[in-house]
Design a protein around this ligand. Structure first.
Ligand SMILES: *Cc1c(COP(=O)(O)O)cnc(C)c1O
Length: 463
């Protein structure tokens, strides 16, 4: 069955094809795009178990891509995307004490966002090549997303990417993961301000519709459907590997969560028929999502900086996709709830979802999990993964095997590892090598005028 037809959660768009959905990102009516139907793949599961990761990725994503790409082109695109991963299994499963760990950090920037952004970069390139158009991606980052996006599109024809980071306020490693990329289409900007200044400047630039049209601005946010879709694959892959080891009929999966993107992919996998009994949602102290799943209240709080910075989020941009299913695929109800949230900063839903349990792992629990897994199982957790493991220890059903998603390599967060263990145990050759590479970065005032002038001048000089 082809499900290559996409609708907005707010009901304001005529059905789109996969290509249009990928190029649009955020739906033009302010909602998020979802496939009109989700296929039941249970009859395919036994055949899928035998597939290597890239073949499984083709099989899982194929129905959602529809006629946008022919089989051979799509197969080659997926193979290219995962050839950049350092592990032959792409996302291997390792067993550490009581849990199984799905390592999603073997891509170029050592965080799980590579799994989706490597595919998204190739999809952009393919679609632009076919249409003859160009794309200017502009983003603001506090760390992980910017580097994964840069590595997703570096060297790609038809695309330029401008990424702002707050000067001196991202970790030195994360900064180098961005500024050492010297491809001619990659433009790093250190703004003399905060991350919030970057977000504000970005918003202003996207509100300049003439500029947006002239330069064909695109965003690298986590709401692009293709990012969710690429992440669905590893839920199947991980479940199959755990089933092989345990013989279990179904598993549970613990997911450290910020924007609800990764865990929403698990929810889609579940709806497709992956052998997943339930999802364990884990947040840090920024707990809007764990509060929602325990109390029914979705209410915004202040953002607290933690040891797991990629989860320091209070408005989860992908949550609206889940909400759409939770209210019975009713766009009018989604519009009502999102309007109430915009007006009052909260809303309340009755009942609970038997598929999702949720909890919060604070700083003490994070450090404790890192310490115990190192001492008892000789496995080093990064602080994001540790939040998921700590919450899984409290909430997991002991009768069902648990798969914990490992979202980053521990060497990306040396301060947290030092705080937990008293020494710098986490190393990775890719990160060590960055220290001696040349960098390129332009310093910019945090204003929309400065950014627009810089983009104009840079692109004029290239063409
Ligand atoms: C982005 C990120 C997360 C959170 O993922 P969401 O899809 O936003 O829920 C967790 N861990 C790491 C290391 C990340 O980079």
């Amino acid at each position: 069955m082809d499900v290559d037809s996409y609708l907005s959660t707010r009901g304001g768009l005529a059905p789109l094809r996969f290509r249009e959905a990928v190029m649009m990102g955020l739906a033009d009516d302010g909602g998020l795009l979802l496939p009109a139907a989700i296929p039941d793949v249970r009859p395919q599961l036994d055949a899928w178990r035998r597939l290597a990761y890239p073949e499984l990725a083709v099989a899982v994503m194929r129905p959602f891509v529809g006629g946008a790409l022919d089989d051979a082109t799509f197969r080659a695109l997926v193979a290219r995307s995962y050839a950049t991963f350092a592990h032959p299994e792409v996302t291997p499963v390792v067993t550490a004490g009581p849990v199984h760990i799905l390592e999603l950090f073997h891509g170029p920037t050592l965080a799980f966002k590579d799994v989706a952004l490597q595919v998204l970069g190739n999809l952009f390139e393919q679609f632009l090549r076919e249409s003859g158009e160009t794309l200017t991606i502009v983003g603001a980052t506090s760390g992980d997303t910017g580097s994964a996006a840069i590595h997703g599109v570096r060297g790609k024809a038809g695309i330029d990417i401008f990424i702002m980071h707050p000067q001196g306020r991202v970790s030195p490693l994360q900064e180098r993961q961005m500024t050492t990329v010297l491809d001619a289409n990659v433009h790093n900007l250190a703004i003399t301000g905060t991350f919030d200044d970057g977000q504000r400047v970005l918003k202003e630039l996207f509100n300049d519709l003439a500029f947006k049209r002239q330069y064909r601005l695109g965003a690298v946010n986590s709401v692009n459907w293709a990012r969710v879709l690429a992440q669905v694959v590893y839920y199947f892959y991980g479940a199959f590997r755990v089933q092989e080891r345990t013989g279990a009929a179904a598993i549970q999966v613990a997911v450290p969560t910020g924007n609800f993107g990764d865990i929403f992919a698990g929810y889609v996998a579940q709806r497709m028929g992956a052998p997943i009994r339930r999802l364990i949602l884990a947040t840090n102290e920024n707990d809007i999502l764990s509060r929602f799943f325990t109390t029914g209240e979705y209410g915004q709080g202040a953002v607290h900086p933690t040891l797991s910075p990629s989860m320091d989020i209070q408005v989860a941009s992908n949550f609206e996709r889940y909400l759409y299913y939770r209210v019975g695929e009713d766009p009018a109800r989604v519009r009502e709830l999102m309007a109430e949230f915009a007006r009052t900063g909260r809303f309340q839903l009755p009942g609970a979802d038997p598929l999702i349990v949720a909890g919060r792992g604070d700083t003490a629990m994070t450090l404790d999990a890192i310490r115990r897994y190192w001492r008892e199982h000789h496995y080093l957790l990064d602080p994001h993964t540790a939040v998921g493991v700590a919450v899984a220890e409290r909430l997991a059903d002991a009768a069902v095997p648990t798969l914990c998603l490992a979202t980053a390599h521990p060497a990306k967060f040396p301060d947290a590892i030092r705080q937990a263990l008293g020494e710098d145990l986490a190393r990775h050759p890719t990160l060590e090598a960055l220290k001696s590479l040349p960098v390129r970065c332009v310093t910019l005032a945090p204003t929309c005028a400065a950014l627009a002038a810089h983009i104009r001048a840079t692109l004029a000089a290239k063409n």
